[in-house]
Design a protein around this ligand. Structure first.
Ligand code: C5P
Length: 334
């Protein structure tokens, strides 16, 4: 480069710097509050990048530069079991069998094979992309839903995910009427409508056997307690959470708190992995500090918090942190 063009380049560079500084100074001085300019810029760039990931305003998969989130959220772990991803490492299998200390389990591989002869082997949900904006309502069973009038809001999401013994009949105003997915395990099973997808959380091999039995012969009537021999559910809509996903949630998100994650926390994590926007209802105590279910009259039942198996306080703190980081919207109770 000749000395003349060097000088021209330098002059141009200095002019650009001067213009940038003037613009910044102007926005700092005259905007109210002074940081609007920067906030606006980051919002534009944030939603610009989010739009590459999904079609909602904010996308679950977009962890931005958040180290806390990036340390925990491993989007490569698929929540649902398929034939292909069903094999467990020795370590995962041992951990999983230990959860409910099943003595003499049946052959896991054979049971999984039999299960997938009955239910679809699809995995599903992994269609994230710039065209998709999947909104989800995760509905926990907290008594804080009572009198909340959240029903209509809950029902507006694309997916409405409920769990365990949660009823809707008679509680529609507060909890909604739609259920696209119902998460359960044998001891918490209830009958479902033909359009609802049953999401089984297996805590032992017997739970997988129960699923087969409850949809066919009705021979399994008890685990560590009596369970429903038959279940009304659409077998073409049954999906199963992968034990590997349960272990990942326990280790990465709960950092070993409690013995294993609660259904509510697993459901929340399931939603984080399959939805673009997550709205959370029915988690935590009511305004008096009670931990009962919304359908129970006894406020002192303490249904969830004091099971000894789950660390309810820790799980709730993580949920609140996700809400503080605007990754989920947490609808507190009344
Ligand atoms: O009691 P149950 O396990 O059926 O409740 C489902 C989930 O709802 C729990 O795992 C928990 O995450 C949430 N829950 C809660 N506060 C309550 C009751 C339930 O956060 N009072």
């Amino acid at each position: 480069m000749s000395p003349l063009s060097q000088n021209k380049f330098l002059a141009f560079f200095l002019l650009c710097c001067a213009l940038t500084c003037t613009t910044l100074l102007f926005s700092f001085t005259f905007s109210d509050p002074p940081f609007h300019f920067l906030k606006y810029a980051s919002r534009i760039s944030g939603s610009f990048f989010s739009k590459d990931i999904c079609a909602c305003d904010t996308c679950m998969a977009d962890v931005g530069g958040d180290a806390w989130l990036a340390d925990r959220f491993n989007q490569s772990i698929l929540p649902l079991m398929t034939r292909d991803n069903s094999a467990l490492s020795d370590d995962t299998y041992r951990w999983w069998q230990w959860l409910q200390r099943e003595g003499n389990p049946a052959n896991y591989t054979r049971v999984v094979e039999e299960l997938f002869r009955l239910i679809p082997d699809e995995g599903g949900f992994m269609d994230a992309g710039p065209q998709r904006c999947r909104t989800c309502s995760v509905v926990g069973n907290s008594g804080n839903l009572k009198g909340s009038s959240y029903g209509k809001l809950i029902d507006t999401s694309d997916l409405v995910i409920r769990m365990n013994k949660a009823p809707t009949k008679g509680f529609e105003k507060d909890v909604g009427a739609r259920t696209t997915h119902h998460v359960m395990y044998p001891e918490s099973a209830i009958d479902l409508s033909n359009t609802t997808s049953l999401v089984l959380v297996p805590f032992k091999t017997l739970d997988l056997q129960w699923m087969i039995s409850a949809l066919t012969t009705g021979t399994i009537r008890g685990t560590y307690m009596p369970v429903k021999a038959w279940i009304k559910a659409n077998k073409d809509k049954v999906v199963v959470i992968n034990p590997r996903f349960i272990k990942y949630v326990y280790e990465s998100w709960l950092e070993g708190h409690g013995r294993y994650p609660s259904t509510g926390f697993l459901t929340l994590m399931f939603a984080l992995h399959i939805c673009d926007e997550v709205n959370v209802f029915g988690f935590g105590a009511d305004q008096h500090g009670n931990w009962h279910h919304y359908w129970e009259h006894n406020h002192l039942a303490g249904a969830f918090r004091h099971t000894g198996v789950h660390d309810g306080d820790h799980e709730y703190n993580i949920t609140v942190t996700l809400a503080d980081k605007h990754k989920v919207q947490l609808f507190g109770g009344r």
